[in-house]
Structure formats: C-alpha cells, structure tokens
Write a protein that binds this ligand. Structure first.
Ligand SMILES: C[S@@+](CC[C@H](N)C(=O)[O-])C[C@H]1O[C@@H](n2cnc3c(N)ncnc32)[C@H](O)[C@@H]1O
Length: 239
C-alpha cells in the first residue's frame, strides 16, 4: 500500500494552521532556542516540512533567514497567507535542485520524518546533508514510538490499540485533540535504533539526543508528559 501524506488536504491544513505551541507541542519547541544557540553558527536556515509555517515563523523570530519547503501545496498556501514576506516553496518529489547546495547553517525538520516512509528516510537525509554549509547542523524533531500507545494533552491513541503491535516502519494512527479535525493522522512509527541506522546510512553523526519531559509546573493538563517523552530531538552533522 502506498503511503499517502495526510497533510495534502485543504481541510486538515486549515485545522493544523490553528495549532501553536501549547500542550504537548510545547515540549517539542520548549528547548529549541537553546539547542540552536548551542549548535548552530550562522543564520541561513531551511525548514524542511514547514507545513503551515509554525516552525518557520519561530525560526524567523529567532533571527534566522528561513526558506520553508513542503510537499503539500495546501499547507504552503496557508503559510504564505499568514506570513506574506516569508519564503515558502513546494519541493515535489523532494527535489532540492532549486535550493542552494552548501548554503544552509541549519536544516530544521519539525515532525516531518513522522510522515516519511522508512525506505525514503536515508535518501532524504543524505540530500538534506548536501544542502548544509560546512559545519552546518540538522535538527530533527520526531515522535517517540511511545506517543502512539499513550494519551497526551494534545493527542489521543485510545481508538488505535493496533498501534501497540506496530513494528518500526509500520503505519500508525493518532488523533490531534488540540484542533477540531478528529480524523486520525497516519504516521510511520520509527524506533531510536532505526533512526540511528538511518543516520549511519546517510553519513550523519549524532551530536545530541534529547527526550523532553514536562516539569509539572507548566500551565497545561499533562497526561503522561511528565514521565514519558512524546518527542525525540536529534542534533546531527555530516560525519
Ligand atoms: C506535522 S507537519 C509539521 C509542520 C511544521 N514543521 C510544524 O512544526 O508545524 C509535517 C509536514 O511535513 C510535510 N511533509 C511530509 N512529507 C514530506 C516530504 N517528503 N518532504 C517535505 N515535506 C514533507 C507535510 O506535508 C506536513 O506539512
């Protein structure tokens, strides 16, 4: 069965555009500014899988000169509408020929690899690495396998008990409860071991791995976030 990117959908794009940085998503973005300050020199950034531009606009507020790219025109249309001065481009088939190779100090991938089939991950990382300036950094935020088998402030998986039997590379389902579109998102679950194998295949070195947990004093109704990390953040460089 061919995997279909569920974000190529105008109604889902409209719902996604209303998400900001609250609830479980807060933990994905909470440490990003500090991570970038520690690992990135230079301001030219590519936001790979920019969606409706949430991650791109955040990078812009942090002082980066950002190009956002995505395979979904429905998502990009909204990104351009919200941020008319931003640079948002369609990259059909992940063809990066129109992007400047060797120019980017940072490539951010915020949740993008959750939607990329296992067979394509290493090739795409390898192509992204070619876009990096010398010493450039890839930061990729992905869902932990545990996100698909627990309940969260922003997500529910209780209707998908079959997720528990999913192997790395299998399709899993999750509902975003922060917006009104309750159709499940279809992702590809990927274990830490599988990501490490992908990075080796793409000649990328893992500089840091973060699994952000909530402290408990945030203004959100945490469910499992104080003891199970919903996200994994990898900091990568060319080997
Ligand atoms: C969950 S959204 C995240 C959007 C944004 N980064 C954010 O943090 O709000 C994932 C995005 O990745 C995009 N995407 C999925 N596969 C892609 C691919 N192969 N190349 C580029 N973008 C892709 C989807 O279209 C979607 O817009």
């Amino acid at each position: 069965m061919e995997f279909v990117n569920c974000y190529a959908d105008a109604s889902r794009a409209g719902a996604y555009a209303r998400l900001e940085f609250a609830n479980t998503y807060y933990l994905a973005y909470r440490d990003l500014s500090a991570i970038l300050a520690a690992h990135v020199t230079g301001t030219r950034a590519l936001d790979f899988g920019c969606g409706t531009g949430r991650s791109t606009r955040l990078l812009r507020t942090l002082g980066f000169n950002v190009t956002g790219v995505d395979v979904s025109e429905d998502m990009l249309r909204i990104a351009r509408g919200v941020d008319p001065s931003g640079d948002y481009r369609l990259v059909p088939g992940d063809n990066f020929a129109e992007l400047d190779a060797g120019a980017f100090h940072l490539v951010l991938c915020a949740f993008t690899f959750d939607n990329i089939p296992a067979a394509d991950k290493a090739r795409i990382f390898r192509d992204l690495a070619k876009l990096l300036a010398p010493g450039g950094t890839i930061v990729t935020i992905v869902s932990s396998p545990e996100i698909y088998t627990h309940e969260w402030a922003s997500f529910s998986t209780r209707d998908f008990p079959e997720n528990a039997a999913a192997q790395s590379g299998d399709l899993v389902r999750i509902v975003v409860t922060d917006h009104e579109d309750r159709r499940p998102v279809e992702d590809i679950v990927c274990t830490g071991e599988s990501y490490q194998a992908v990075y080796r295949e793409a000649d990328l070195k893992v500089i840091q791995v973060l699994e952000p947990l909530a402290k408990g004093d945030e203004p959100y109704a945490w469910v499992n976030e104080t003891w199970i990390a919903p996200w994994v953040i990898y900091v990568l460089r060319r080997a």
